[in-house]
Design a protein around this ligand. Structure first.
Ligand code: PD2
Ligand code: ZN
Length: 423
């Protein structure tokens, strides 16, 4: 008989003591909720020794905050994946796609995610849809997958609304609006605005069921950056704007994906290497580490890397920034002072900024060196370099985000190092 959360606490304990790994895992979870951490830890370790996949997964999640730790995480996740743990397979796919804790293997990662999606896992279906949209915003299979997940997944709901607002094929007009209205009532950012756009959009036909062999074929090559003619803003420091580099549906995806992870932004204090809050940088940031990434975020990092001309493994974590009224990032450099941080990964050579919305005033990116105030359209990517050709910090690369005067500004930033990023 399988043990689940409906068993009584006394029964769970009895079975845990009798040596059932699943019961040991559930007992650990109960004890952890009660704040009895040491006992919880002992039972969690016992469950892992007994081969309980959720225990492997829980232990793996603790090793994701440093690059060296991801090697341990990967081994635990592989064991959990062999026992069909769905969260473990999703996380393992991210590590494989990014080359964290072992070789980079995009095909394997995409194959794992497609298998989960085909088996009906909603988060995997939505990720596969996102990957297809990145290749072709009109992909019929993406429409089918988004339709099937929009009522159960907030990120899919946002993509669904964005698609309809852009006049693309997506079925039932009422489909995502209910989800979005509920999210808006719960204070989820931008949900109300998306719901309004969606309700105003004309109805369209319901897409057919997903065609899995076609999807597998589409996903068999790693994501590539599109050919986009950039607009040069400055020659030195080098600054270029890539228009429409990311489809608007993926922009909605990124916002909804990151919204629950937003925290007050920090600045780096070069005097002691600490990070702290400061009026110099007034915004919220979601810095998407390995535990917060998915394959769409990984694909987006590759795409932006392709525009910049840097491999994905040189990118720091994608950061989603939300500046409310008055929010700003005063004049600063993105290059780092001498210290342990640059010893590990090298200098922060380039900055890429992806613009996620337009409905605000003020808030332009001020490239002081070019006397240019840039307000990108949704999906535009601004790239500028923070170093001189020889690699030294460029004292001319100072820039800022001007105060937001009305509305709120959303933006994704990605900094690239001179070598592989070691976190
Ligand atoms: O939000 C911006 O426009 C901005 C401007 C300058 C962001 C950054 N720098 C940054 O994240 O480094
Ligand atoms: Zn900056």
């Amino acid at each position: 008989m399988t043990m689940d959360f409906e068993a009584s606490p006394a029964e769970i304990r009895a079975r845990a003591e009798a040596g059932e790994p699943r019961a040991q895992y559930l007992l650990a979870a109960n004890l952890s909720r009660e704040g009895r951490r040491e006992e919880a830890e002992r039972w969690l370790q016992a469950a892992a020794r007994g081969g309980e996949p959720d225990a492997y997964y829980t232990l793996a999640t603790r090793s994701l905050s440093t690059l060296p730790g991801t090697a341990d995480a990967r081994l635990l996740l592989e064991k959990a994946a062999l026992k069909q743990s769905v969260p473990a397979i999703r996380q393992l796919a991210v590590l494989e796609a990014q080359g964290y804790g072992g070789p980079t293997d995009w095909q394997r990662a995409a194959g794992r995610m497609a298998a989960l999606a085909q088996a009906g896992d909603v988060a995997a279906m939505r990720q596969i849809a996102g990957l297809l949209i990145l290749q072709d915003a009109d992909d019929e299979n993406a429409a089918a997958l988004i339709d099937r997940t929009a009522l159960r997944d907030p990120v899919a709901a946002a993509v669904c609304a964005g698609r309809r607002a852009a006049g693309r094929t997506t079925g039932d007009p009422a489909l995502a609006s209910d989800v979005l209205k509920r999210l808006a009532a719960g204070g989820y950012p931008r949900a109300g605005e998306l719901a309004r756009k969606m309700i105003a959009a004309p109805p369209s036909r319901v897409p057919a069921a997903p065609d899995w062999p076609v999807i597998a074929e589409r996903l068999s090559t790693p994501p590539a950056a599109p050919q986009i003619e950039p607009k040069r803003i400055s020659a030195r420091p080098d600054a270029q704007l890539f228009p429409a580099a990311v489809p608007p549906e993926i922009v909605d995806y990124v916002i909804m994906h990151a919204a629950p992870c937003l925290r007050p932004s920090m600045i780096y204090d070069s005097r002691d290497g600490s990070r702290r809050r400061d009026p110099y940088r007034k915004s919220l940031t979601a810095s998407l580490g390995p535990a917060d990434q998915d394959l769409v975020i990984a694909a987006l990092i590759r795409r932006i890397g392709g525009l910049v001309g840097c491999d994905h493994d040189r990118a720091e974590f994608l950061s989603i920034l939300r500046y409310e009224g008055g929010g700003e990032y005063r004049a600063h450099f993105d290059w780092l002072p001498e210290g342990p941080d640059i010893e590990a990964s090298g200098q922060r050579v380039a900055t890429a900024l992806l613009y996620l919305n337009e409905d605000y005033s003020g808030g332009q990116t001020h490239l002081i060196f070019a006397d240019a105030k840039v307000k990108g359209a949704i999906g535009d990517v601004l790239v500028f370099w923070n170093i001189l050709p020889g690699g030294a910090p460029d004292e001319a690369s100072r820039h800022a985000s001007l105060p937001v005067l009305s509305g709120e500004k959303w933006l994704a930033s990605l900094w690239f190092r001179s070598r592989r990023f070691v976190f």
